[in-house]
Write a protein that binds this ligand. Structure first.
Ligand SMILES: [Zn+2]
Length: 298
């Protein structure tokens, strides 16, 4: 089974000389199961490249697209996903919805004619929507579990399990702090309550969700110095990503959702610091920084 990163950048596409190695596209991760069945995490601008590769390879497509949340950087690639325009292809979109807006409406809205020339109902592929809350649904031969992470309005984390192997995808997550959560009020109240009900460290929810994963992909948008000025933005610094990986005892941590203004050299530096911390603290997991085109076996 194989993972390929098509978009690793947070918030805004960031092409240019300084981001060539880690990439400028926003989140999209391709997961291939043993028989080539396809599950995609997020529809950021990286989805365009994946769609082009699928179309070039030919054949029909039957895939799942799991969307963490509908902020621009996680859905913007969808209108450029060529397989969605091809009759006979089938796509199931998995994500959360709110009381006011359905999952279908979230995807359709960004293709409203005032923003985009092609509307969702004009796409030729068969597109099904599967709204979820915190639950486990079957995807091909695997199981996909969902959990609300801590991010403005809401965002989902995903855990894909196939046999005894598992990948956890947690982008756009911030460490939950009881005091600041009460002041901020920018996250769905029901989700805040889930964390407040947790005994001890509220982030234990996240540690338990990621427990023993072969690969943990986690938000590492900020440095610790930057984070203090960005509390409530819904993102982590790399030290929290390391904490989740160590508490959950995962095998490999992938630093993800790089800040849009972070150069390749600065990401190298963060990775060096993380590896130094891991050694210093005696942790056993590997750490890599997500890069466009990077493939990982699992
Ligand atoms: Zn994001």
């Amino acid at each position: 089974m194989k993972l390929t990163f098509w978009g690793t950048r947070g918030s805004l596409p960031s092409p240019g000389r300084d981001t060539v190695r880690y990439g400028g596209n926003t989140p999209c991760v391709e997961v291939r199961l043993a028989n080539n069945n396809l599950i995609i995490f997020d529809a950021g601008t990286g989805l365009r490249g994946l769609g082009d590769a699928i179309t070039a390879a030919g054949g029909s497509l039957k895939a799942y697209l799991a969307i963490s949340h509908p902020h621009w950087d996680h859905i913007q690639g969808f209108p450029f996903f060529k397989p969605a325009f091809i009759p006979g292809n089938e796509l199931t979109i998995i994500g959360a919805q709110t009381r006011n807006i359905t999952l279908r409406q979230m995807i359709a809205s960004q293709m409203d004619q005032i923003y985009f020339p092609v509307q969702l109902n004009e796409l030729k592929a068969k597109i099904r929507f599967l709204p979820v809350r915190e639950e486990t649904v079957p995807v091909f031969e695997g199981l996909l579990s969902t959990m609300f992470v801590y991010h403005p309005t809401y965002a989902l984390g995903f855990r894909l399990t196939v046999g005894n192997r598992s990948i956890v995808y947690i982008t756009d997550n911030e460490p939950f702090d009881r005091e600041s959560a009460k002041l901020l009020k920018n996250v769905d109240k029901n989700i805040v309550d889930l964390y407040l009900q947790q005994k001890g460290d509220p982030n234990q929810r996240v540690f338990d969700f990621a427990r023993g994963a072969d690969i943990l992909i986690h938000d590492a948008t900020f440095t610790p110095e930057e984070y203090v000025n960005h509390v409530g933005w819904g993102h982590s610094d790399y030290l929290f990503a390391l904490k989740v990986a160590s508490e959950a005892q995962v095998k490999k941590l992938v630093l993800f959702h790089h800040d849009q203004s972070r150069s390749d050299g600065a990401i190298d530096e963060i990775l060096r610091t993380c590896r130094h911390e891991i050694k210093l603290r005696g942790h056993r997991f590997d750490c890599v920084a997500a890069a466009e085109g990077m493939e990982l076996g699992w």
